[in-house]
Design a protein around this ligand. Structure first.
Ligand code: NAP
Length: 224
C-alpha cells in the first residue's frame, strides 16, 4: 500500500487529498493543527499529526516520529494568503514575513525533514502547492506578498528537482486552479474534488523528465 503525506490536511485542498487517496486505498498521513481536524482525518481512516509548519521544533519532532517510514508521495499543501488588499503603500511587512515563513520556509523545512522518507519509497514524488499568481511571466502585480512567496516556492521546487534527480526523486510545483476553499472563497469556479482529481491524475502520470516543472490541475504546464 503506497503512502501519501499531506500538510495542511485539516481543511481545503489538503483535506480533499486525504479523502481521495484514502478512498483509493492509500495509507494517508496528514498534518493538522486542531483536535477537530484530527478527528475528521481519523474518520477517513487517515493518521493525523499535529504540526505547525512554521515551527521548527515541531518539524524536528515530525522528522524523528517518522524516522523509519516510507513516503511515496509528499504533498505540501499548507499555505496562507496573508491579509487581503496589501499593495504598494500598504505593505504589512510582519504579515509578509508570516506568509514567507509558512509558504516558503515551512514547505522547505517539511521537505528537508522528510526527504529520506521519500527516498526510501518506491514512487519518490514531492509536490508543492504553488499558485499561478507566483508566475513571474504572467504576473499583473496582484497580491504581491502571497505571489512572491509562491514565486520563491517555484524556484525551491525547481532547484530541489535538480538536486534530487540523482536519487530518483521527482519534484513538481502545482497550480490547483481557483478553488472553493476558505482561501479561494465561494466565488471560485472549481470544487476541491475536481481540482484534486486532476492533480491526482497528473501526479500519477508525471515521469522523471517532468521533474522541475510547474503544472496546473488540468495537466497543462504553467509558464514560470
Ligand atoms: N484555493 C485556491 O484557489 C488556491 C489557488 C492557488 C493555490 N492554492 C494553494 O493551495 C494550498 C491549499 O490552499 P487551500 O485553498 O486548501 O487553503 P485553505 O482552505 O485556507 O487551507 C489552508 C490549509 O493550510 C493549513 N495551514 C496554514 N498555515 C499553516 C501552518 N502554519 N502550519 C500548518 N498548516 C497550516 C491550514 O491549517 P489550519 O486549518 O490548521 O489553519 C489549512 O489546512 C495553499 O498552499 C494555497 O496557497 C489555493
Amino acid at each position: 500500500m503506497p503512502t501519501i503525506f499531506v500538510t495542511g490536511a485539516g481543511r481545503g485542498l489538503g483535506l480533499e487529498f486525504v479523502r481521495q487517496y484514502a478512498q483509493a486505498g492509500w495509507r494517508v498521513i496528514g498534518t493538522v493543527r486542531g483536535a477537530a481536524a484530527a478527528a475528521e482525518l481519523a474518520a477517513l481512516s487517515a493518521e493525523a499529526m499535529t504540526v505547525d509548519v512554521s515551527d521548527m521544533n515541531e518539524i524536528k519532532t515530525l522528522r524523528s516520529r517518522l524516522a523509519s517510514e516510507r513516503i511515496d508521495l509528499l504533498v505540501c499543501s499548507a499555505g496562507i494568503s496573508g491579509r487581503r488588499g496589501m499593495a504598494l503603500g500598504s505593505f504589512d511587512y510582519a504579515e509578509w514575513e508570516k506568509v514567507l515563513r509558512v509558504n516558503l520556509l515551512g514547505t522547505a523545512a517539511v521537505i528537508e525533514a522528510l526527504v529520506e522518507n521519500v527516498a526510501a519509497s518506491e514512487r519518490r514524488k514531492i509536490a508543492v502547492m504553488s499558485s499561478r499568481l507566483g508566475s513571474i511571466s504572467e504576473t499583473r502585480g496582484m497580491t504581491l506578498p502571497y505571489a512572491t512567496s509562491k514565486a520563491a516556492l517555484n524556484l525551491l521546487a525547481r532547484g530541489l528537482a535538480v538536486q534530487l534527480a540523482p536519487r530518483g526523486i521527482l519534484v513538481v510545483a502545482l497550480h490547483p486552479g481557483w478553488v472553493r476553499t476558505d482561501m479561494g472563497g465561494p466565488a471560485a469556479p472549481l470544487a476541491p474534488e475536481q481540482s484534486v482529481r486532476g492533480l491526482r491524475t497528473l501526479l500519477e502520470r508525471v515521469r522523471p523528465e517532468d521533474s522541475g516543472k510547474f503544472f496546473a490541475y488540468d495537466g497543462s504546464v504553467v509558464p514560470w
